[in-house]
Design a binder for this molecule. Sequence first.
Ligand SMILES: *Cc1c(COP(=O)(O)O)cnc(C)c1O
Length: 475
Amino acid sequence: MKDDPVYGPVLQETVRHALAFLSSLPHASVAATATLEELRVRLGRPLPAGPQEPTAVMDQLVRDVQGGLTGNAGGRFYAWVIGGSVPAALAADWMTSAWDQNAGMYAVAPAAAVVEEVCGRWLLELLGLPPQASFALVTGCQMAHVTCLAAARNGVLARHGWDVEQRGLMGAPPIRIVTGDQRHGTIERALRLLGLGRDCLIDIPVAANGQLTAAALAPVLAAAPSQPTIVLLQAGDLNTGSFDPFSEVIPLAHQSGAWVHIDGAFGLWAAASPLHRHFTRGVERADSWATDGHKWLNVPYDCGYAFVNDRQAHYRSMGHHANYLTHSQAARDQVDWNPEYSRRARGFATYAALASLGREGVARLVAGCCQHALALVTRAGALPGVEVLHVPHINQGLLRFPDPAPGATEENHDRHTEAVVAQVVASGEAMFACTTWRGRRCMRVSVCGWATRETDIERAVQAIEQALRKSKHSS
Ligand SMILES: *Cc1c(COP(=O)(O)O)cnc(C)c1O
């Protein structure tokens, strides 16, 4: 095949760069090694006065970002909740850019619209959600919250005779959002974007197992039985991966007329694994669900999914018509369900991920990460100087490294934990981050990447052992 003279050189060169990067992942430092200063010096050149060859631009870019990239595309990244990209999804993401479709409407990009239709159906089936629910492929879970909560805002206010799309929130009956106090920070941001604000949040302390219980929720709901209410539950707490008791709490919320929204950024994927599905029991009874593709499904960034049981409320909150657009009667126009207008055809990458993995592949991916997380926490937890704060039941665990000095305080343990994590990260062998859980600093273990292998877990355990040894000598 003859190369295209315009695109050929730069795209061939880019394939080489991509393969060089991907094949370096098992050996390279998983943490970034370049400093902020170095990156600014390298990248911060003056705006070029004139054109440059595309291959020269790419060669320079690839050279200049070296050391400034983290290895989450590989198998040794356990910080935050960040997956890699399965090969088919990465390839589809490349084609998405080559095709350059504006996936706002069927008329503008027919294949992109149909692919998203299919993705919606596949995802609802895989996650065990109501097949008739509406959906939107968005940039991430936070924007999935925005999309779902916009529908929720419309729905709960409509029940009070208030059309929020027409009249806005000024003068509307005040909405309250009832949730557990371990909710993710993106909830608050979504509420701020929707004009609901922090003051509408009622945080209920969760039980020792991290759950928002019916016993704790009931009196709060009863305190204002006629107020428009959204109950926000979690499928997968960010530190422990805990799930709220959906079968008890959702019917209770519905009895009081509330809309139930689920933050299932990564945890909703437990439903795709027969071994872990039981954690999500009853979650399908909620009114809306937000999750990510770019975390546990291992689709490239940016990719999140919103699902709404009340299609009408979803459509009322997002539907858009303009006289210069060509709206389809038969097809699904994404602009009617998504917060964006012009948008990337992000369905292709999801479609390719799901097609390449299949139902069994997704189940294996989820179960494999859970198994690796458990092995990592158990093996590291058996080392002297390690305290296990949370044994993973899905893919999230917590470790703490108490200061061995006699008479050490909780504060000393916090500092020592941070120092050990910094040592592990500096080794370049495995990537972790710290979190504060129940007032104590600890190392968060999160396994979300398809590429993680047993040997990677072994390397992480060894890196932790080494870091403990070093920090003992230095203290
Ligand atoms: C990551 C995460 C989010 C936010 O998702 P984005 O894709 O980063 O917007 C929300 N909730 C939980 C529990 C998460 O882990």
